[in-house]
Write a protein that binds this ligand. Sequence first.
Ligand SMILES: [Zn+2]
Length: 559
Amino acid sequence: MRVPVILTPILATGAVSRSVSFLGQTPIGDQHQISNGNTLTSIDAPGDDVCPLPPKVAPPNDGLHSSLDFIQDASYRSKQVERLSRVVQVPSTSTELEDDPWSDYYAPFLDLHDELTKLFPLVHSYAKVEKVNRFGLAYTFNGTNSALKPALFMAHQDVVPIDDPNDWTYPPFSGHYDGQWLWGRGSSDCKNTLIGVLSAVEDLLKQGWAPTRTLVLSFGYDEESKGWKGAGCLAEHLEKRYGKDSFEFIIDEGGMGIQTIGDKIYAMAGVGEKGALDIHISLSIDGGHSSIPPPHTGIGIISEIIYHLEREQLFTPKLDLSHPSRQGLTCQAKHSADFVEPWLWPALESSDYTGLAEALAASRGDRVRFLYQTSQAADLINGGVKINALPEKINATVNYRVAIHENTDIVRARAINIITPIAKAHGLTFSAFGAGDKPQPNNHLDISDYALPLEPAPISPTSPSDAVWTRMSGVTRQFFESLPESGNKTVLVVGDVMTGNTDTRFYWNLTRNIWRFSPIRPDGTKNIHTVDERIDMAVHLEGLAFYYELIRAFDTYED
Ligand SMILES: [Zn+2]
């Protein structure tokens, strides 16, 4: 899964509009008024201690070739086109509808594993390769220094099914290459990551590299369908072998990639994820002939519930001091001041955390809002079987993505608060999450968790005093600043939260350092999860080169 958030609403031209204000209040002199009446006393520019740049980490003196070779040497490009195309040609889709990995549905994964074995012969001869729950793949390259915690690279093998292949410019599983873009389902989500990581390791092995730090690759096969069969079992397998907090770091797809703001480049790693909860609303009610209806049919009552859920006790956004997005915003205020809202720095200094989040949402749009706020979407509804019969069983399911300042219990309690008076008004018995009235066969309303809930993820450290984060930042900065495409821009590495979830949701116990980071420029991939998905091969090669650098930079490093 990738849920890209493009930071385009910022003043793109560099012209600072002084008419932009925080919560509608134009700065007066050297003070700002904000909504709660507080006066901000500090609107000076951020000090030297704000968002310090991490020291660059130069590639180690290990005698291996430069990562820039991947980008500059044409033979690497043609090899990667071949590898990625062949893997995209395998239609390894996943679905929630088929739970059994031994069913025919999953047969394409046999072909995928065959392809991987052929494409990466050194990986498959040097690694211990384990298949977990049939198609989960765990590769282990044992290091010589067992005192170093292993590093873990993740990706998923499955792709989203396609709808109508005729809608595609090139057939979705053709892996067509047009000289710049490689087209096809999975080309950017996320077979590019899968192939990028495997290619980096294959290339290292070809040069005679042997790991000092143990390296583990873990590839699930149903990330697009919640991940229980693949990542769920792989995480269990790894925790059993290595124990809790046993990995130096985990890197997976995700995050907001590489974004340019003015003359700076921001590498945005997801260091947290929102939680997820689906609430199922189920009503059983008397039927009958529709010529003699009650004032409200079951469909009317369910509609009333959704109407009120969408209007009452609305969730508020919050950007308090613990929110990872503050880091990126603070860095923008410091290093990209001419390209962002002029009120950003004073607003960050205010204690009006909701005002700040609201102002940013107003300025940058709803995609940004839902980094700070719990979302609610009524996504499923059904009821009724015939136009002359009153509906007897009516169901709806509402999806929530839980903000990091809240939790699933808060969301459940709110639903109970809003729905209880509606049930009462219609004379229904009401049970909620296993409590309340005893379920009745008729005239009963029940709400329950629809799937297993997920709390917001623990936040991975991003402090400049954290050695592992600082080293990863230094490697990322060094690598992206070395690319000709970066045009000598400074690269800042910042943490952020994701509104969706990746397979890392199963891996929380393994390390505190989890980075959901696809090293991809925003214009480098197109149409994830829809028709004409494709990736710019230049961007794929940059990702490969980045993994190559990251493995080397941590191989002998001791924090
Ligand atoms: Zn994905």
